[in-house]
Design a protein around this ligand. Structure first.
Ligand SMILES: *Cc1c(COP(=O)(O)O)cnc(C)c1O
Length: 368
């Protein structure tokens, strides 16, 4: 067998006709950037997450950068976040001249540990960026209450977690502003790069709309603030709009696959993802943890099963962040997770016999 970590071709087949129809229409009309389909997509996603305002942009990293810009975060400010995430959660903070302040993860879900946030707050702290890692919602009640106590903004990096929810409340609707990525491999992935910012704050939404077009006023070529160029293409918005109706079903299949793995791998010397609160984890990735991670990766590779390591080096140990003064041992839970984590295929179109083969192969590894 040959099982990739993700196979986007299956998904594309479902929507191919519709997307090609849309591309043709858009090319004929030549309204190519920030037009009616960007607007339709914004309305759709805002309605789904149940927040009033959505602002599309070029990618998820820009969504984070624009969020921080709109909140006025910059030099001398500190922003608290997790060291165990994709790079741009923290690079966006640093790019604006602010200081990323890391707080260790809790070992169960590998999300930022809410109990440790308070001790990292200083007079300069302005915001907390939480990441619903691998698709699992953070403990938002605790985060929001600390943030409220100290008057901090909460930004949700929901790049991996569109559709996750707790008691009907959607990821992206908890914080002041949320950043979404439509990178092709995400749970709602486009036909190229794409991103979106969500907020309940009308003023913030207005600022975001200005910032994504160079900070330009309604009067053309007039600027009272400096923004960036981060528009979404109509073709890409159309493709996302066409895929959106399938998102719930795709997430449901990811959850089913995760449940299958967790029941079939139970009893092995592995830490499996926790399945409590169904729906609060949309399994962007299904991540196992074990001491012999590299050996299992190689064992599965030889059997045609592709796996992935998310993330091999926590951000506090990245060379580019050396200036922040962190060292090995500062965040033991993140460091341990980076040594033990292994993602196995969990994409919605996995076939039963592929899942069975993956389980059988992992069981064989422990019998060897
Ligand atoms: C993918 C991702 C991003 C960045 O999104 P891009 O669209 O690739 O710029 C940010 N944060 C997390 C957690 C991600 O997974």
């Amino acid at each position: 067998m040959n099982i990739p970590l993700i196979n986007l071709k299956f998904q594309y087949r479902t929507v191919e006709k519709e997307i090609l129809r849309g591309i043709k229409k858009i090319l004929k009309e030549q309204k190519l950037v920030l037009g009616e389909y960007c607007k339709l997509l914004e309305e759709r996603i805002a309605d789904y997450i149940k927040v009033p305002y959505a602002v599309s942009c070029a990618n998820g990293t820009d969504a984070l950068i624009l969020s921080l810009m709109a909140l006025g975060i910059g030099e001398k400010d500190e922003v608290i976040t997790t060291p165990y995430t994709f790079f741009s959660t923290a690079s966006s903070i640093a790019l604006l001249g602010a200081r990323p302040v890391f707080v260790d993860i809790e070992p169960r879900f590998m999300n930022i540990d809410p109990e440790k946030v308070e001790s990292a707050i200083t007079e300069r702290t302005r915001a907390i960026i939480v990441v619903h890692l691998f698709g699992k919602l953070c403990e938002m009640d605790k985060i929001l209450s600390v943030a409220e106590k100290y008057g901090l903004f909460v930004i949700e990096d929901m790049a991996q977690s569109i559709g996750a929810r707790k008691d009907g409340k959607m990821a992206g609707s908890f914080g002041h502003v949320s950043a979404l990525s439509f990178y092709p491999t995400k749970n709602l992935g486009g036909i190229g790069e794409g991103g979106m910012i969500l907020t309940k704050d009308e003023e913030l939404a207005k600022r975001l709309k200005k910032l994504r077009v160079h900070g330009m006023d309604e009067k053309p070529y007039t600027h009272d603030i400096i923004g960036i160029n981060s528009r979404l293409d109509e073709i890409k918005a159309y493709a996302l709009y066409a895929k959106f109706p399938y998102l719930e079903e795709w997430n449901r299949k990811r959850i089913e696959n995760a449940k299958y793995y967790s029941s079939m791998l139970d009893g092995l010397p592995l830490i499996l993802p926790d399945l409590e609160d169904e729906g609060s984890h949309v399994f962007h990735l299904y991540v196992l943890r074990l001491e012999e991670r590299d050996e299992l990766k190689e064992f599965l590779r030889k059997r045609g099963i592709q796996t992935g390591i998310y993330y091999p080096l926590p951000l506090h140990l990245q060379a580019c962040f050396r200036y922040l003064g962190y060292k090995k041992g500062d965040f033991p839970c993140a460091e341990e997770a980076s040594m033990k984590s292994l993602a196995i295929p969990v994409y919605p179109e996995l076939k039963d016999k592929e899942k069975e083969y993956i389980v059988k192969s992992i069981r064989q590894f422990f019998k060897r």
